[in-house]
Design a protein around this ligand. Structure first.
Ligand code: UT7
Length: 331
């Protein structure tokens, strides 16, 4: 599905603030060496990850989302009551229902706006951004809070070295607002359910995650096959996005990729002819935070001054489903 409406309508959806939150507890590769048969060298070489953050036992995905959202609202200099749409992308919702978006709305102390979750695993934030952009473009919403938040540590088998070294917890958020200035240029969303078995969790998620652990409902992944499809697919979406906008590779200022593996990120950067200095990399210190990884990376690059107003950003993600997507935008 391709949305390329921004050029036909005056209402653009523009990011006016970003925020992130990472739980305090840090799990290093050295810590993992004590838990499973692995080494810092293997993890670093194969994935680029050095450490990741892990939510406290009492912290839920919504708690992380609240912190990231408050940071984004502060950066946007608006209050929660200015928000008329909340979309939360998460694979690890607090409960089956109410949605994490409704729980977040309550935590932010407001009510009445539309609020719902989106589930597209690691591509969740790109899906959420795309949906929020459509609400704004059509005039159905003026100011949207779009969040990616995950507590993947709850669904990790800490005895499975092939997956437990990869993931981390965190949240990222953006405030998207109607604007006459160019913002989101186009978004590209895809899925292929034929790949559902390569990356999956076999049961539902809830606040009572210890029950899930007893049931053995952990992330299972056939890593090298996922890797191959991810590289191939992300290369294709680079092409698709550039062609849809009649844009040259040289016009992209920053790649803000999903942070699953440094080797996947490097392959996408190569496809875009972008040197790694123009790629925002957080996988080394966050691991793979699924739906949270793109907004977290964006927030970090905005706050440290790398991403500046007017820059052209290429956001992309690939994840379970499989799902994949991209968003091209002017920051
Ligand atoms: O975000 C959603 C999408 N997810 C992704 O895009 C992740 C895609 N996949 C990957 O990033 C990579 O495939 C992994 C990082 C998961 C694995 O890297 P790989 O280079 O594909 O390794 P592999 O799975 O082919 O395993 C190579 C070897 C195996 O040993 P043998 O069979 O060759 O003796 C594994 O058992 O490495 C072994 N291995 C480990 N060794 C030390 C697997 N995990 C570990 C580990 N420590 N943690």
């Amino acid at each position: 599905m391709v949305n390329r409406g921004a050029s036909q309508l005056k209402n653009y959806a523009r990011i006016i603030g970003t925020g992130g939150y990472l739980p305090e507890k840090v799990l290093t590769n050295a810590d993992l060496e004590q838990m499973v048969d692995t080494t810092d060298e293997w993890i670093t070489k194969r994935t680029g990850i050095k450490k990741r953050h892990i939510a406290d036992t009492g912290q839920t995905a919504c708690d992380l989302a609240e912190m990231a959202s408050r940071n984004a609202l502060k950066a946007a200099q608006i209050s929660p009551s200015d928000i008329d749409l909340i979309i939360v992308a998460t694979t690890t919702p607090d409960r089956i229902f109410p949605s994490t978006a409704c729980l977040l709305q309550q935590k932010l102390g407001v009510s009445g706006s539309a609020a719902f979750d989106i589930q597209a695993v690691c591509t969740g934030f790109i899906y959420a951004l795309s949906v929020a952009e459509k609400f704004i473009r059509t005039g159905s919403a003026h100011t949207a809070l779009v969040v990616g938040t995950e507590t993947l540590s709850r669904i990790i088998d800490w005895q499975d070295r092939t997956t437990c070294v990869l993931f981390g917890d965190g949240a990222g958020a953006v405030v998207l607002q109607s604007s006459e200035d160019l913002g989101v240029i186009s978004t590209h969303l895809h899925a292929d359910g034929n790949y559902q078995q390569l990356l999956t969790v076999s049961a539902g998620i809830s606040e009572n995650y210890h029950k899930l652990r007893e049931e053995g409902a952990f992330i299972q992944m056939q890593g090298s096959e996922v890797f191959r499809v991810a590289v191939r697919t992300l290369e294709r979406i680079v092409e698709e996005t550039l062609v849809a906008n009649n844009m040259d590779k040289g016009e992209i200022d920053w790649l803000i990729p999903h942070q699953a593996n440094i080797r996947i990120i490097e392959a996408t950067a190569k496809k875009l002819n972008l040197p790694m200095e123009r790629v925002v990399v957080t996988v080394d210190s966050h691991g793979n935070t699924s739906a949270a990884s793109v907004p977290l990376a964006l927030d970090i690059a905005v706050r440290d001054g790398r991403v500046k107003r007017g820059d052209t950003l290429f956001l992309e993600a690939f994840g379970g489903g499989f799902t994949w997507g991209s968003a091209l935008l002017k920051y």
